[in-house]
Write a protein that binds this ligand. Structure first.
Ligand code: FE2
Length: 279
């Protein structure tokens, strides 16, 4: 799938942008599938917010259990002081996670495309397993910032073996909160690690290294059209700004880990009930 120059670019830069990977009809089907999940979700019972402002202190059992389910998380700014929705659910939701690839047919079908496994193998994966999937809405006006982070902080394997794939379901521009990356930043140390103490069912983000996050000069915006796949290394610092525009910026993101790498028992994401999802 990838030529030598693309493989070299991934290893040099820590990411690769591949336009026109998924056709518009499938993108539309994925967006419709996500809306259908939101429409049938019980927001009266589950009113969980996803935010990165609190350094992940707000993660709870609802979040941990989403590892093996399809659960909806709301935008922080979608709730009023009394916790009521300010907007209809379709415009209030932050993301759906984290087992869409296992449990929702439209997403399973996408993840079964030979393309994904072939791309990962071209980049050196031997036996990639899909471990999580997320549908991110980045709502117009209120779609929250996702602070700088490295995905290896949240998906810990020994040795580190995680690769992220990010599919633009809509055009991503600076004004609607596109991804920003630090080219070459995958060679920088892992700065943080989020680990769960399962006896207390509490997670905490531990600082491992004081290397600063990229400055604006070091950051590159990935302005990409719908259908683009971005592949990124698990140590690549990335970020996305708040969506200040009137357009949403939907994306579907998945992470793969090597089958033979040791999965940390302290990872928030534990898949003990689902079958391994080999790519
Ligand atoms: Fe990330």
């Amino acid at each position: 799938m990838l030529d030598a120059a693309q493989r070299r670019r991934f290893h040099d830069q820590g990411f690769l942008v591949l336009p026109s990977q998924i056709d518009p009809a499938r993108l539309a089907a994925l967006r419709a599938a996500a809306v259908a999940i939101v429409d049938r979700f019980d927001f009266a019972t589950h009113r969980a917010v996803f935010s990165t402002r609190d350094r992940d202190a707000g993660r709870d059992d609802y979040f941990f259990d989403s590892a093996q389910q399809v659960r909806c998380f709301l935008e922080e700014d979608a709730l009023d002081e009394r916790g009521a929705l300010r907007k209809p659910p379709r415009l209030a939701i932050n993301k759906i996670g984290h087992a869409l690839h296992d449990l929702e047919p439209a997403f399973t079908e996408l993840c079964r495309l030979p393309l994904l496994g072939a791309l990962l193998r071209d980049l050196g994966a031997r036996a990639p397993r899909l471990v999580q999937s997320m549908y991110i809405f980045k709502q117009p006006g209120i779609g929250g910032e996702v602070r700088w982070h490295q995905d290896a902080a949240y998906l810990i394997t020994a040795p580190a073996s995680v690769t992220g794939l990010w599919l633009a379901l809509e055009d991503a521009r600076r004004d609607n909160g596109c991804l920003w990356v630090q080219p070459g930043g995958h060679r920088s140390p892992l700065r943080e690690r989020y680990e769960v103490d399962w006896s207390a069912r509490r997670g905490a983000l531990h600082q491992l290294d004081d290397t600063p996050w990229p400055t604006p000069d070091e950051a590159l915006p990935l302005e990409v059209p719908a259908g683009t796949l971005v592949i990124f290394h698990d140590h690549l610092p990335h970020y996305s700004a708040r969506n200040e525009s009137t357009r949403s910026r939907h994306a579907f993101t998945i992470h793969a880990a090597e089958a033979d790498a040791a999965w940390s028992p302290k990872n928030w994401l534990q898949r003990d009930r689902l079958e391994p999802f080999a790519l």
